[in-house]
Ligand binder design. Structure first.
Ligand code: 13P
Ligand code: SF4
Length: 320
């Protein structure tokens, strides 16, 4: 509508005037993803967001996603101004893994290599030997396992259990979960599969094991999009945040995508799988961040930053 058009026009002008680039995650709302695409920014998974911000020449990175993504950008490029639509956009994995407690857990197991998911605070990353995103978790753990290492993994128990099962590595898991993916239900998914027998099932590994077991493809957001492009199926049932449907439909207008069911007792809940923190990235918040960066800017303590950079760089170099 007209108001949104006006926002878009003003944001485009501000991005250019401030030498800023919009880096958005696939879980943000379609209009935010479209804006990133139209303005030469990027829409991607967490790993690619980190890479893009790291390599892009803009002075300011406007990160539309959740806080750990902004922090990662700041750790990688401290010379840039990193702003976010809101600093309130957190993540249940980050919230469920306080640095002091996690650090104490690590201290109890000094014989283990500490591997943390990117969905953590700068302070937790600073305690880690490796950072991984869901797109390279398997490869990194496989490598560490081949070196005979025992692993302490945090914070996502589902992703950890998935990686453990696939690699056979010795992994001790922190007990965290994503509130969005934790809601997918295996029984209801089995019912939905009966209604769509020709559909392939795509599952993000932050989902419970019982749901992952029903998948035809498991992977990060980018990997799920790629799977939908590669598999011969015309229909897909998708167990991840519904923000991803924007890109899937854009790339594959001839295919159909159905949301995997969430909710208890086999009941299906439509359009429930949407991260409340990703949803905070609206047009108004983006304009506010560009107009008055204070209150939107990400700062990371210098000592923490230096320490957290080591495991982050290890990930980026491994992924090359
Ligand atoms: P990826 O995009 O790396 O798969 O991450 C999923 C996620 O939950 C980010 O919040
Ligand atoms: Fe965190 Fe889950 Fe939201 Fe991703 S979808 S930001 S893992 S709460």
């Amino acid at each position: 509508d007209e108001q949104k058009q006006a926002y878009r026009a003003r944001i485009k002008a501000l991005l250019a005037a401030k030498d800023a680039v919009l880096v958005a995650h696939y879980y943000t709302d379609p209009e935010i993803q479209a804006l990133a695409e139209e303005t030469g920014g990027c829409v991607s998974d967490s790993l690619e967001m980190a890479r893009f911000g790291n390599q892009h020449p803009a002075k300011t990175l406007l990160v539309a996603g959740v806080k750990f993504m902004g922090e990662t950008a700041k750790i990688l490029t401290p010379e840039k101004t990193v702003i976010m639509p809101t600093l309130e956009a957190t993540c249940s994995l980050d919230l469920g893994c306080p640095a002091a407690e996690f650090s104490a857990f690590c201290d109890q197991h000094p014989d283990r290599v500490v591997v943390v998911y990117a969905n953590t605070s700068a302070a937790v990353k600073a305690r880690a030997d490796w950072v991984v995103t869901s797109s390279i978790a398997l490869d990194v753990v496989d490598y560490l396992d081949s070196q005979g290492k025992k692993i302490l993994w945090g914070p996502d128990k589902h992703l950890g259990a998935y990686v453990q099962k696939k690699t056979g590595a010795d992994m001790l898991l922190w007990n965290g979960a994503c509130i969005v993916h934790d809601e997918f239900k295996a029984n209801a998914l089995r019912e939905l599969k009966k209604q769509h027998p020709e559909a392939a099932v795509l599952v993000h590994p932050e989902s419970p094991d019982s749901v992952v077991e029903l998948a035809d493809a498991v992977g990060s957001t980018s990997q799920l999009i790629k799977a939908a492009q590669t598999l011969p199926n015309q229909h897909f049932i998708v167990a991840t945040d519904r923000g991803i449907f924007y890109k899937m439909q854009q790339l594959m207008p001839e295919k159909t995508f159905v949301e995997a069911p969430t909710g208890g007792n086999g009941a299906t809940c439509r359009s429930c799988a949407h991260c409340p923190w990703m949803a905070m990235n609206g047009l108004k918040a983006i304009e506010d961040a560009l107009l008055s960066p204070s209150g939107h800017e990400i700062f990371v303590d210098a000592a923490l930053r230096e320490r957290a950079l080591l495991p982050l760089n290890r990930m980026l170099n491994f992924a090359k």
